[in-house]
Every structure is written in C-alpha cells, then in structure tokens.
Design a protein around this ligand. Structure first.
Ligand SMILES: Cc1cc2nc3c(=O)[nH]c(=O)nc-3n(C[C@H](O)[C@H](O)[C@H](O)COP(=O)(O)O)c2cc1C
Length: 194
C-alpha cells in the first residue's frame, strides 16, 4: 500500500519560499509513489487553543473550526512534512496555532494513556522545512524546538530538517544552493515504504 504523506504549508504567503520547498518535497514524494495530501493552514482558518481542558476527558477538541479537517490526517498519515517560515524568531502564527491544537494528542498519550496508533503500525516519519530572512546564528532555534515537540507528540520520527537562512523576498528560495535537491531528497525519504 502507498505511503500516505501529509504536507502542511504554514506560511500565510501563498507560493512563498517555504511553500515552494514544500511543493518540491511533495512532488518528489508523489513521484516515488506516495499518496500526498496538502493543506494551506491559513486557508483552514485554525484558531488558537483555548485551554478549556475539554480534550483531557475524551481526547477530542471541542473547538469547531478548520482543525476538524486536519485531525484525522495528523493521526493517520504515515509521513508528515511541515513547512513554515520564521516570524519574530519563531514559527509563523498559523503553524504554531496548529501545533498548539495538537493538545488532544498529548491528552490521549499522557492523560488517557492510550496509544495514538494501533500497535504494529510502521514508524511514522516527519520533516520540517523552514526559511528565515536573516542569517542570525540562533534564528531557527525556537521553531526547531516547536517542530521537535510536534513530532514527539504525534509519535513521528524526524528524518531531517531543511533550514534555509538568508531567504527573504518571495521567490528567493530559488537561489538557495541545493534547496530543491535537498527538499526532493526529503520527499523521497518520507515516501519510502516501511
Ligand atoms: C511578520 C514577519 C516576521 C518575520 N520575522 C523574521 C525574523 O524574526 N527573523 C528572520 O530571519 N526573518 C523574519 N522574517 C522573514 C521571513 O522569515 C522570510 O521572509 C521567509 O522567507 C518567509 O517565508 P515564506 O515566503 O514562506 O512566507 C519575518 C517575516 C515576516 C512577514
């Protein structure tokens, strides 16, 4: 059976630098046989977590918004790739809101003590693709921590980040050395049958 790959575009800028990385990655995965589904988080209209603790009772979120479409994919996809830019030294608000709304998965694991996926399902894989306008030494640190938390809470094994500093204006990613090739390599890795 084909590997299912969930692609998440976390920038509010349509066809910006991180979405371009994502599309290179997804195209290579599709070519390698993966069954790909892509969402633009901005278009899903995802609200922030309201800390109501509702998910602690049954592992379900009571907020009725764009996350409803995403939850089954986040839970069941064999691979997940999150693409998001650096905004104010962290992940864009659209991406961070989505990660915060993964609190039901945290509740399922750590409060309800249930498995997120049926036993025997193969390892899940993930990758984080990111661009920053500057080349500050620590510019990716905050976003990487959030991405690593995201993988942890979803029981996903990260297979490599692609972090591109000094990429600012729309389209500049095309000039970043080897970006396309590296994104495609990640796509193929995420598409590998397990
Ligand atoms: C609101 C906002 C905040 C930003 N903050 C930072 C920042 O703190 N550090 C940085 O290096 N770049 C920052 N940038 C630049 C973006 O990371 C950069 O333009 C990136 O290529 C955008 O990717 P995208 O085209 O996928 O949206 C910021 C851009 C915006 C719009």
């Amino acid at each position: 059976m084909a590997v299912t790959l969930l692609g998440l575009a976390g920038s509010p800028r349509r066809q910006g630098n991180t979405e371009t990385l994502l599309d290179w990655c997804l195209a290579a995965a599709r070519e390698a046989g993966a069954d790909v589904v892509k969402f633009r988080l901005r278009e899903l209209d995802i609200n922030g977590c309201i800390a109501c603790d509702g998910c602690i009772d049954d592992g379900a979120c009571i907020v009725d918004d764009g996350m409803d479409a995403l939850y089954p994919h986040l839970r069941n996809a064999d691979s997940i790739v999150l693409a998001a830019p650096i905004f104010s030294m962290g992940m864009s608000a659209q991406a961070k809101a989505m990660v915060d709304r993964c609190q039901p998965f945290w509740a399922i694991k750590y409060i309800l003590r249930q498995a997120l996926r049926e036993p025997g399902r193969p390892e899940r894989r993930g990758a984080f693709l990111c661009c920053a306008g500057t080349e500050f030494r620590t510019v990716f640190d905050g976003a990487r921590q959030v991405a690593n938390y995201f993988w942890h809470v979803l029981d996903v094994q990260p297979v490599g980040d692609l972090l591109c500093p000094g990429v600012d204006a729309k389209g500049e990613i095309a000039d970043f050395p080897s970006a396309k090739q590296l994104a495609e390599e990640i796509g193929r890795r995420l598409a590998e049958p397990r």
